[in-house]
Design a protein around this ligand. Structure first.
Ligand code: HEM
Length: 372
């Protein structure tokens, strides 16, 4: 007589495994639905090194600035008669105010440094050469936006340094004549300049930055990361592209480095903010001129010292124009620095001059410039 088959009892998974399976399931669900596999495309191994991640770390720094800036905006008031009280309120009473202001201030300063280091890396590896000339120009735009963020931000805290910075803004607007009307106080009598600078800081500049980021990242994806200079000079990277067999790493690893680096940056900024809180000097006194600008403007301060306020404009424009010209001047097919001796010496001279002049200003007393 045939007997019915005995159903096999499958052991039920241990609770820990079960949770893990569910977690994997959730991750898989998100991974599949969000199309995250698109981020695992192959990249060359050198794309996952620190010099090639400085742009990404700068970008994550911008995200931290947007978040902390949003928090600060909950308590900030740009009306001239209330602004001082608002900044003091943020510093002393607002929820997490002092800490968030410290992170915003320090991340902003560090991002200026990482953006400049990124630029130096792109220059040194000749990554602006064909076919990436346009992306270099988008990068120059991003540098301009970064500086504009840093300048308008430094005015918003409305202490003596901020007041003097704003006076420079107004004097340069006057030198520009008709072109400077928008940057002058007379553009409108219904809204104070400080409020207009705040609007620029939280609305126009984030919009410009977003558009430029989209362009920058589209072009990076389109052209792929540039080859290592030595390999390109050996003829191993036709048309400036790393050949497919050498794409041995993954972009998802790059993203991990980028966000990891950004996290380290935020933690370092928080630590710095706790030990050295974001500065807030005395309330502005229009009769005084006793401060120096933020460190990244020191070299311009030296020019102002020697040749007057207009020199800030001319030196700044000359520097910007030189950057714009880079891909059109350095057009040889060579990418290693030693095969580009003329531009290497010129660039080294500019870097030494900027660092040298900044050090001179750092060790010099404050000089009166305005109203001269
Ligand atoms: C807000 C500032 C900037 C951000 C967030 C940013 C972001 C990035 C990122 C994520 C990359 C991919 C590789 C890397 O991280 O090194 C990159 C590449 C590039 N960036 Fe930027 N960048 C900025 C400013 C600049 C500036 C100032 C320049 C030059 C004037 C520039 C020119 C380029 C070029 C040409 C590439 C392609 C490099 C290659 O293929 O090796 N960027 N940028």
């Amino acid at each position: 007589m045939a007997t019915a088959p005995v159903p096999v009892q499958m052991p039920s998974p241990a609770p820990a495994d079960h949770t893990q399976t569910e977690r994997m399931g959730l991750w898989r669900w998100i991974y599949d639905r969000a199309g995250l596999s698109a981020l695992t495309y192959p990249v060359p191994a050198h794309a996952n090194t620190l010099p090639y991640t400085l742009g990404g770390i700068s970008f994550v720094g911008f995200l931290v600035l947007a978040l902390t800036g949003f928090w600060l905006a909950q308590f900030y008031d740009p009306m001239p008669d209330r602004v001082r009280g608002a900044v003091e309120y943020i510093q002393t009473q607002a929820a997490l105010g002092g800490l968030v202001r410290g992170i915003h201030f320090w991340v902003a300063n560090i991002v200026v440094v990482t953006v400049v280091l990124h630029l130096v890396r792109v220059f040194a590896t000749a990554s602006f050469k064909r076919p990436r000339e346009l992306n270099w120009l988008v990068g120059v735009g991003l540098l301009g936006v970064t500086i504009a963020f840093a300048f308008t931000g430094s005015v918003l805290k409305w202490d003596q340094e901020a007041y003097e910075a704003l006076q420079h803004n107004l004097e340069i607007a006057e030198i520009l004549g008709g072109l400077g009307t928008f940057f002058s106080a007379s553009f409108t009598t219904s809204v104070p300049v400080l409020v207009r600078l705040y609007a620029t800081h939280v609305s126009l500049l984030p919009l410009l930055a977003t558009l430029l980021f989209i362009g920058h990242f589209f072009l990076i994806k389109h052209h792929g990361i540039s080859p290592l200079p030595a390999a390109a000079d050996r003829g191993e990277a036709p048309r400036g592209k790393v050949p497919a067999p050498q794409l041995t790493a993954r972009y998802s690893t790059h993203l991990r480095w980028m966000f990891g680096g950004g996290l380290v940056l935020a933690v370092v900024a928080a630590g710095l903010g706790l030990v050295f809180p974001a500065p807030l000097g005395e309330a502005p006194n229009p009769d005084l001129e006793i401060t120096k600008p933020p460190f990244f403007f020191y070299w311009l301060y030296w020019f102002e010292d020697k040749f007057g306020v207009s020199a800030i404009l001319y030196a700044g424009l000359a520097f910007g124009a030189a950057l714009v010209l880079v891909p059109f001047v350095d057009r040889s097919p060579w990418r290693s620095l030693r095969r580009r001796p003329v531009v290497t010496v010129l660039a080294a001279a500019v870097i030494v001059a900027i660092v040298g002049l900044s050090l001179i200003v750092f060790f010099s007393p404050v000089v009166k410039h305005l109203g001269g």
